[in-house]
Design a protein around this ligand. Structure first.
Ligand code: KIV
Ligand code: NA
Length: 277
């Protein structure tokens, strides 16, 4: 099967076909997303929170992203894989950003990167795109700026912020971004931005009018119980069943019920008798 590309995304927007995206962080999770026929896989820096157990995404390194990104590429074949650029790998200078975006795609085999920021990042996006690397933008709630935003809170509710977000989106499109993630903004604003852009918007907590939607793997499947934002819909509740299965395993080992004959190898008893002498 052919991979989804930036051209596929543009075509989907033109045809009013919704784009599906989910995160994945390793071979096994990528397999699940891929088997489900999801169009795009984001190796999100949410990795830091849902897989590595950090408080926020700031501790994630480019090496972490590459390590996990490689596994996701191995576990997928049709979905377009996008690698998140972690905190401080693209903010310092455009040159550093291009080099790091280059590493992200060269070392993982994924075609595209995503980075947070609007107007302020437009020149950086342009440089990366000029180097031949597709870039997905990300505006609204940008978790790498959690300190500055004062928490994981909805963005763009007042006129000034809303106006800036429209500008951010247009600047990213001008810079050559292939798509933009809109996170935690009112649906009316997301609709306006989606109408103004020719590139697809992918929403998370941005309402139904975006060209696509993205959710975190662990949130979709109900694999984590730490944090549940308003915009998350759980399509499974697999954490407890997994704990239950693990508990039964532990009990069966303790009691000797596992392993039974069916999970055990055997051999000619005579050989053992001889060795015992
Ligand atoms: O890191 C991530 O998972 C993301 C999505 C929530 C958009 O950036
Ligand atoms: Na992210």
């Amino acid at each position: 099967t052919k991979r989804v590309t930036t051209l596929t995304l543009a075509e989907m927007k033109k045809n009013n076909e919704k784009i599906t995206m989910a995160t994945a962080y390793d071979y096994a999770s990528a397999k699940v997303v891929e088997e489900a026929g999801i169009d795009m896989i984001l190796v999100g820096d949410s990795l830091g929170m849902v897989v590595l157990g950090y408080e926020n995404t700031l501790s994630v390194t480019l090496d972490d992203m590459i390590h996990h990104g490689k596994a996701v590429v191995r576990g997928s074949n049709r979905a377009m894989v996008v690698i998140d650029m972690p905190f401080m790998t693209y903010q310092v200078s455009k040159e550093v950003a291009v080099r790091n975006a280059g590493r992200a795609i060269q070392e993982t085999g994924a075609p595209a990167v995503k980075l947070e920021g609007g107007e302020d990042m437009a020149k950086t996006v342009k440089k990366i795109v000029k180097a031949g690397i597709p870039v997905v933008g990300h505006i609204g709630l940008t978790p790498q700026s959690v300190g500055q935003m004062g928490g994981f809170v909805v963005q763009g509710k007042n006129e000034k912020m809303a106006e800036q977000l429209v500008k951010d989106a247009l600047k990213l499109e001008d810079a050559g971004a292939c798509s933009i993630v809109l996170e935690a903004i009112p649906r009316q604003l997301a609709q306006l931005i989606t109408e103004k852009l020719t590139i697809p918007t992918i929403g998370i907590g941005a309402g139904v009018h975006c060209d696509g939607q993205v959710l975190v793997y662990h949130d979709i499947l109900g694999l984590q119980t730490d944090m549940r934002p308003k915009f998350v819909k759980q399509y499974g509740t697999f954490f407890n069943p997994m704990v239950n299965a693990m508990e039964i395993y532990g009990k069966e080992v303790k009691s000797g019920a596992f392993p039974s004959q069916e999970h055990t190898f055997t051999m000619d008893e005579a050989i053992i008798e001889k060795l015992r002498e």
